[in-house]
Write a protein that binds this ligand. Structure first.
Ligand SMILES: *Cc1c(COP(=O)(O)O)cnc(C)c1O
Length: 357
């Protein structure tokens, strides 16, 4: 098996075990004689898959009973609109502007009500998480991006928003560390970074917020529609949900969230330690807010940066070029990224530094 090292930001690496299992089962799911790609979403077999996926997510993330787990389409980007459509309703919401993804969420929210920017790190090119927030007591909710995939910054502790529901875009970190779900009103995540392929978005929503959703929306745009029909009001992305189920099984065999959190911490440390003692590489995020999922860095000159990126591709390290909007380099080291790959990248980076300084 000649697999390259996948450092892409998304769609991203999946556990090899999961891909193999999907391959094994592709022609014949559980001995039923049909493929997951061709069975009815109304069949008992698919029902088992979606319910198992949900049960495992609930267990793994320790999600309280008064929250629903939904599998929706349209990506995390659609949630940027669906959230204010359902919950803002012409009122006011607090948004924290931490980067490219937060900005996109803000843009959509403005179509549906007043947006108060309760904190921003735009002054320093989004290289930190703002601390002194000016939250409004009359906000319908507070929205933040828990991990900014492009800038490489991550919230370590979440703000206390009292009775105002806290909503988080966790697309690029879901299931990578322990979180207290009860502190949030809604959590959403496009699956394609940490828990599956593209095509499905996980939404964890507190039941009172489902009820509060606006009534005057098209059926498909209401959380209520999807919650009442177990995410099967219409045909769901069956294959993507099936892969999520396999990824959840994989997380269980790895020892659950606590074990993953430890290893993710360790992986990030390997790269940040190297960057910190280097004269060639420079981390772009403030140390206290560095992401454990997306390690962003620059090299001392543009020329060396280009040489470095070309060399990585030759060595089989794919996806290290930073996002087109910010440039630089980025190593995305999601849950499925084995520590051995991170060590290999670190060895390569050290070697490159020794030969180029
Ligand atoms: C990738 C990403 C998105 C966009 O997800 P889509 O599923 O492509 O819409 C949104 N937010 C964050 C934080 C992301 O990393």
């Amino acid at each position: 098996m000649n697999k390259k090292y996948n450092f892409y930001a998304g769609p991203a690496i999946l556990p090899l075990e999961v891909i193999k299992k999907a391959q094994e089962e592709l022609l014949n799911l559980n001995g039923i004689g049909l493929s997951i790609l061709e069975i009815s979403h109304r069949s008992k077999d698919f029902d088992d898959i979606i319910n198992t996926a949900k049960d495992k997510i609930r267990n793994i993330l320790n999600i309280p009973d008064n929250y629903s787990i939904l599998f929706l389409q349209g990506g995390a980007s659609f949630q940027f609109a669906m959230i204010p459509m359902n919950l803002l309703k012409g009122g006011k919401a607090d948004y924290i502007n931490t980067g490219e993804w937060a900005k996109k969420a803000i843009k959509e929210a403005k179509l549906f009500g007043d947006v108060n920017i309760a904190g921003s790190s735009e002054d320093k090119n989004f290289n930190y998480i703002p601390e002194n927030l000016s939250l409004s007591s009359d906000a319908s909710y507070v929205h933040l991006t828990s991990n900014e995939t492009i800038g490489g910054i991550q919230w370590s502790e979440f703000p206390d928003t009292g009775d105002v529901p806290l909503i988080a875009d966790m697309s690029s970190e879901i299931c990578s560390r322990r979180i207290d779900v009860s502190k949030f009103g809604l959590i959403y995540a496009g699956a394609q970074k940490n828990i599956g392929p593209s095509g499905v978005t996980l939404v964890i929503i507190r039941d009172d917020l489902i009820e509060k959703g606006a009534d005057n929306l098209a059926t498909m745009l209401k959380y209520k529609t999807h919650a009442e029909k177990n995410s099967m009001f219409n045909t769901p992305p069956c294959f993507a949900i099936y892969i999520i189920k396999l990824v959840m099984e994989w997380i269980e065999t790895k020892g659950g969230i606590t074990a993953l959190e430890d290893i993710n911490e360790e992986k990030a440390k390997i790269l940040y330690n190297l960057i910190d003692k280097s004269n060639l590489y420079r981390g772009t995020a403030e140390i206290k807010d560095r992401s454990r999922m997306n390690v962003t860095f620059r090299l001392s000159t543009e020329e060396l940066e280009n040489k470095f990126l070309q060399e990585t591709v030759k060595q089989g390290f794919l996806g290290l070029k930073g996002h087109r909007s910010v440039g630089g380099c980025r190593a995305s080291i999601y849950n499925a990224m084995p520590i051995e790959y991170v060590n290999k990248l670190a060895d390569f980076m050290e070697n490159f530094e020794n030969h180029n300084t």
